[in-house]
Structures are given as C-alpha cells and as structure tokens.
Ligand binder design. Structure first.
Ligand SMILES: Cc1cc2nc3c(=O)[nH]c(=O)nc-3n(C[C@H](O)[C@H](O)[C@H](O)COP(=O)(O)OP(=O)(O)OC[C@H]3O[C@@H](n4cnc5c(N)ncnc54)[C@H](O)[C@@H]3O)c2cc1C
Length: 410
C-alpha cells in the first residue's frame, strides 16, 4: 500500500474550498444565536430564517469545522439494526417517532438541496444493512418486518449489488448520499445575509441564559431571545459538561477513501464484526469509495494504524481500491437510551436549546433535531419533541449503561 496523501484530513474537507465568513468583532442583537456551524446549527438557523427570524451562527473554527464534514455521507433512516431494538426496549410509539423523524429528515435534506440548488453530489440511492453470517438471518427478517410496519421503505433481501455473497440484507429505497461539506456551505450561504449572519473563528466562551440571553466571544457578544448550543456535545465553558457526560458517551469511527476499480450502486452497513460501512459516491464526477468501521468507545489506547489497515485491506480485496488517498477518524455521541437529545438544555433552561447524541447518524438525526428546536423556538407543536427531549433522561439510570459501554469497549 502506498503512503496516504491526506492523513487525518477528510475527503470532504480536502476536496472543497472553504467559504470565508468574517470573525465577529462588534456586538449584535438577533432573534436566535446558534453556537456551532455543523448540520444541526446551520439547519436550525436556516429554518428559523425561513420563518422570519434574524439569526447569527458562530463557529469557533469554520463552517464544517466539526464532525459533519468528517462523515461517511449517508442520509438515511436506516441506522443499522435499530427498529426492533427500539421497539423492544422503548416501545412501539418511540420506535415510530424515531422512524418518522428520520425518514422526514431524509426528505427534508432532499428538499433543502432542491430549494437552495445546493451542488453537493446529492444522489438518491438504496441503503442496505447486510450480513454474511447465517445465524443472523432470522434477526434480519424480523428487523425488515418491524421497519416496514413503521411505514419505512423496507424489504428483506437475499442478494445485493455487493461484489461478494451475503446471507441476508434489508433494503431501504429512496435514501440519499452527499458531500457533507458542500451541503454545509450551501446552508451557510442561505443563512448569511438580509440581517442574518455566519461568523467563523468566533468561539463562544460564555453563555447567559436569560430573557434575552447573551453569548460572548473574545471580541464581541450577541444578544438574542433564544440560544442554540449545536456543538456536537455541549462542552465547557458553554455549559457544565458534567451533566451531559453522564447522559451520552463518545464513539470513535474510522474511514478510508480512494478510487475503486469496482463501482457499485447502493450504500451499505453491516452489524457483523468490524461493522463495515460502504459508500460508493461520485465526487466531482470521479468514482470514489469510502469504507468506514472498526468503531470503539473513545478514549481507549488503540492503534489507529491497525484499524486503517483492516479497512484498507477490505477495500482492496472487495473493490480493487489499491490506493488510499484519505483516511480520518472522528467521534460522535450516543445517549444511553439511544434516542438523540433535542430540546431545552436543562429542565431549568429559559431560552437555551441543545441538539446532540445522534448515535453516528447525525445527517438525519441532526436534521430532525433542528426541526424540533425550530418548532420549540417558534412555538409550533412538534410530534417528536417529547421523545427527543433531553429532560426525559435520568442521570442515575444512565450510569450503568454508559459504564457498560466503557467496559465492553464498543
Ligand atoms: C466517522 C464518522 C462517520 C459518520 N457518518 C455518518 C453518516 O454517514 N451519516 C450520518 O447521518 N451521520 C454520520 N456520522 C454522524 C454525524 O457526522 C454527526 O452526528 C453529525 O455530524 C453531528 O453534527 P453536529 O452539527 O451536532 O456537530 P458538528 O458537525 O461537530 O458541529 C459542531 C460545530 O460546533 C463548533 N463548536 C464547538 N465548540 C464551539 C464553541 N465554543 N463556539 C463556537 N463553535 C463551537 C465546532 O467547530 C463545529 O463546527 C458519522 C460520524 C463519524 C464520526
């Protein structure tokens, strides 16, 4: 294997130039200030602006400075094997909300791309969960049925376009894939202007939750009726991170990318060992392949090289991807019950909102969270809000779940 040109740099960041938005240097007053220019922050800002608000988005680095520009790029309501598990643990009503929120989010991303004419390699495609393990066949049949019963576009399959034999698959039709950084730049362009703003290099160092509230950077402050913390995980010094550390835990994932010899349709993920995630996508017209997987709980002393090597060998063996051009890793957060957090940050928050814990599916879950936060701010009833409400979580009940994840290292 030749050396990697872009060590640690995501394909999405490297293959597209940054927009340059100014740093905030003067105090400002808007209706809502959003901290963080990832998919959550920019989507909620975009939606609020369309509802007539003046908004400001502040990022400590750049648009796409966080995890969104380091994703695989799948926009789907199929999150590996999730629906039977949610139904069993949390009941049919919550499984239904999760299905509705994510499928609506997929359609929302598609409609934003169309409305704003965002050029981001968007393509509608089928998404598959597959297994090569014959002992999982019954589990797959059940998951396909549960997902279909929730109204999702789910069918059980025994074949797929993959270049190797599988035992079973679940296909969701009409899902999407995209260049996540180009999508964010399109959203930012739609947010900025007409009394609304995007600021880069404008890290927020303090938040006052009041009526109105205020966020502070080193050079200026923004006063606003509502504040949205969209920083992936709410961190110090913005909020007392301690509370959220108990409620959600981080997982690291790895991706290698390059040019494949074998080009296939579809997007894939597997619950089998190594959790391979496969995304074929045309980037600037060139066939490109991303292979992700080898995830684990963050903070462990684990050799990244070994993980990249496993993914690279898999890509070479099955897809003829003999040169890895980019490889990177990043983390995402998971709430202890597996449902994202979107709503008031704390039970006592006045006008302070959060979106977090997307269980590595933030392109859909983050969009759904943005829709919930938008509705709460505008005062519209949202059918998913109580299910995603962070206030549902009990820190004491959370401890054994989070601890178990650290012990199992997965
Ligand atoms: C390897 C990998 C692959 C993934 N693949 C997929 C996928 O295919 N599909 C999918 O749906 N999901 C995927 N995910 C999950 C998804 O990427 C995340 O859930 C989502 O991007 C989180 O978005 P966000 O807006 O919450 O956070 P981010 O995108 O991280 O944005 C947060 C922003 O906040 C800014 N910020 C932080 N602190 C401050 C501060 N104090 N002041 C100002 N700004 C601040 C950061 O600079 C950053 O730009 C993947 C995750 C990983 C790790």
């Amino acid at each position: 294997m030749n050396s990697v040109n872009n060590e640690g740099v995501s394909l999405w960041k490297e293959s597209h130039l940054q927009a340059t938005y100014p740093q905030i240097v003067e105090d400002l007053e808007v209706d809502t200030v959003v901290v963080g220019a990832g998919i959550t922050g920019l989507t909620v800002a975009y939606m609020l602006k369309r509802s007539g608000q003046k908004v400001a988005v502040l990022d400590k680095s750049t648009v796409g400075g966080g995890t969104t520009a380091r994703t695989t790029g799948k926009v789907t309501s199929q999150h590996n094997l999730v629906y039977k598990d949610l139904q069993d643990r949390l009941g049919n009503k919550i499984a239904q909300v999760y299905a509705d929120a994510n499928q609506t989010a997929v359609e929302t991303v598609a409609s934003i791309i169309k409305r704003e004419k965002i050029s981001c390699e968007w393509e509608i495609d089928d998404n598959y969960v597959y297994t090569t393990d014959s002992t999982k066949v019954e589990e797959f049949k059940t998951e396909a049925d549960v997902a279909a019963s929730l109204g999702l576009p789910s069918t059980y399959e025994t074949t797929s376009p993959l270049p190797f034999a599988i035992e079973a698959a679940i296909k969701f039709t009409g899902q999407g894939k995209m260049h996540s950084q180009k999508y964010l730049l399109g959203l930012a362009a739609a947010v900025n202007g007409d009394g609304s703003f995007v600021f880069e290099e404008s890290g927020v160092i303090g938040i006052h939750d009041g009526d109105p509230g205020k966020v502070r950077t080193r050079k200026a402050s923004v006063t606003a009726k509502s504040i949205v913390v969209a920083t992936s995980v709410p961190t110090m010094p913005l909020v007392a991170r301690g509370a959220y550390c108990i409620l959600e835990y981080p997982k690291e994932s790895y991706i290698v990318a390059g040019t494949p010899e074998k080009v296939i349709k579809g997007m894939y993920i597997s619950p089998d060992k190594d959790n391979y995630s496969i995304l074929p996508i045309a980037v600037n017209g060139s066939p490109t392949l991303l292979i992700g997987g080898k995830g684990h709980i963050s903070g462990l002393r684990i050799s990244k090289d070994t993980r990249y090597t496993t993914l690279s060998e898999y890509a070479a063996k099955h897809f003829g991807m003999n040169q890895v051009t980019h490889r990177w890793s990043d983390r995402d957060y998971i709430a202890y019950d597996g449902i994202p957090l979107a709503g008031k940050l704390y039970p006592w928050s006045k006008n302070l909102y959060v979106g977090s814990a997307y269980r590595k599916w933030g392109l859909s879950n983050g969009t759904a969270a943005a829709m919930i936060i938008h509705d709460l701010i505008i005062g519209i009833e949202n059918p998913w809000a109580s299910t995603y409400d962070p206030i549902r979580l009990d820190p004491i009940k959370s401890i054994p779940h989070v601890a178990k994840s650290y012990i199992s290292k997965k």
